[in-house]
Design a protein around this ligand. Structure first.
Ligand code: 8X3
Length: 248
């Protein structure tokens, strides 16, 4: 029995991996950067790593197969890996950015879920915890495909829940708002640290540990309780008014 976390090298994923490992769980940490995973492995007990791009299905399958027996039987799958690329309006976006977000946020997440789900059903035990986003619910300029991928995660989580009902398997979607201390915004702004600084200025945004706490809470509710979703924002964040563009 183990907990598999994707995107575990940094940010939410790393904090989630630490939270579970520090509470006695075996953790499978998946991410691209081997050195970061090795350093995580040095920090926590009971951790095995899979260093690969989760969009590379062959590498991923090889990684799953290489796990020790007591790590292979994943009972909590945390689909955390995901990214936003760019904040331009749709008409000005690079299609390659959209393609990559769809590959990681939708296709890789679906593939990994598809791989582990049958075993969970067979064991009558398992929990799939997806990391969605408030962007899957609330539209904002520049959110275009990123928000749409997170809307997929939201609906996929609900549809999975409908399919696994009665099996003992649980499905949850954690939807954070503005979150700092991860590489998310630096990736989104393509390395422009000034924009990142401005985004977080005086905001007291959510921290990776806040998300890890929510994930751990959801996973540790009694087995008969399925928390379908948690939407969390920093106290400082709110909703924008609906824009009206006037002709004059
Ligand atoms: C990230 C949260 O507010 O940048 O998923 O869309 S937000």
């Amino acid at each position: 029995m183990s907990v598999l976390v994707t995107g575990a090298s940094a940010g939410f994923g790393r904090a989630i991996a630490k939270k579970f490992a520090n509470n006695g769980h075996k953790v499978v940490a998946v991410a691209r950067r081997k050195e970061k995973l090795e350093s995580l492995k040095d920090e926590i007990k009971n951790c095995q790593i899979i260093a690969c791009d989760i969009c590379n299905r062959d590498e991923l399958l090889r990684g799953f197969e290489s796990l020790d027996k007591d790590y292979k039987d994943v009972d909590i799958l945390i689909n955390n890996a995901g990214l936003a690329l760019g904040i331009a309006k749709a008409q000005n976006c690079e299609f390659d950015d959209w393609d990559r977000m769809i590959e990681v946020n939708i296709k890789a997440l679906s593939f990994i879920t598809h791989y582990f789900l049958p075993k969970m059903i067979e064991n009558k035990n398992g929990h799939i915890i997806n990391i969605g986003s408030i962007a899957g619910t609330y539209p904002y300029p520049g959110g275009n495909v990123y928000g749409a991928t997170k809307a997929f995660v939201k609906q996929f989580s609900l549809n999975l829940k409908a399919d696994v009902a009665g099996s003992g398997v649980r499905v949850s979607n954690i939807e954070p708002g503005l979150s700092s201390d991860s590489e998310f915004s630096l990736v989104r702004f393509k390395g422009d640290s000034k924009k990142v600084e401005e985004l977080y200025r005086d905001s007291n945004a959510l921290k990776p540990e806040d998300i890890a706490e929510s994930v751990y809470f959801v996973a540790n509710m009694p087995k008969h309780v399925n928390i379908n979703s948690i939407e969390l924002m920093p106290t400082s964040q709110s909703f924008a008014a609906l824009d009206v563009y006037r002709s004059k």
